[in-house]
Design a protein around this ligand. Sequence first.
Ligand code: F42
Length: 149
Amino acid sequence: MNEYIPSPSRWVAEQVSLYEGSGGNDGTTLKDLPVIIVTNRGWRTGAIRKTPLMRVADGDKYVLVASQGGSPKHPLWYHNLKANPKVEIQDKREVHSMVVREVTNSVEKKRLWNIAVEAYPPYQEYQEKTDRVIPVFIAETNKHIKKTL
Ligand code: F42
């Protein structure tokens, strides 16, 4: 299925629409901090999903934080990325084909978590308000991927 299904959350769907519709010129921030759009595939539906996340950079890689405001459950996109790690990431006017992996090594995770909290301090509050350990992915360019999504 190649159909794009917008988020049922209206403010999220509107951010995606503004971001993409303006070619990455508008709608690129949340609380004045930069946002990326992660295009992923629904693991159940196979549909295209577009998930705005805070832009957290580690060199030319991106750190994706499945915080969902500190809610008790992982966001659904977490499961999509575990099932299909190929994504496209739009960072303002640039679109990158990337592959993600969940960071499980505790040393690597701590380093990336610190970078994430520096970029977006509320992540720390989100972790404190939930019992789950907030997952972190790292997204890297995969030059071997000819076609994604
Ligand atoms: N969320 C974060 O977790 N971290 C961030 O840094 C973040 C930043 C951010 C910035 C701007 C903005 O507009 C939103 C931001 N969000 C951030 C919110 C984020 O974009 C997501 O909306 C949020 O994390 C919730 O993710 P979700 O995947 O649970 O989205 C819900 C609302 C959703 O789209 N649900 C769909 C639905 O129909 O209910 C299903 C989506 C889906 O992927 N379905 C799968 C499928 O197969 O199609 C099945 C999934 C399953 O396991 O059943």
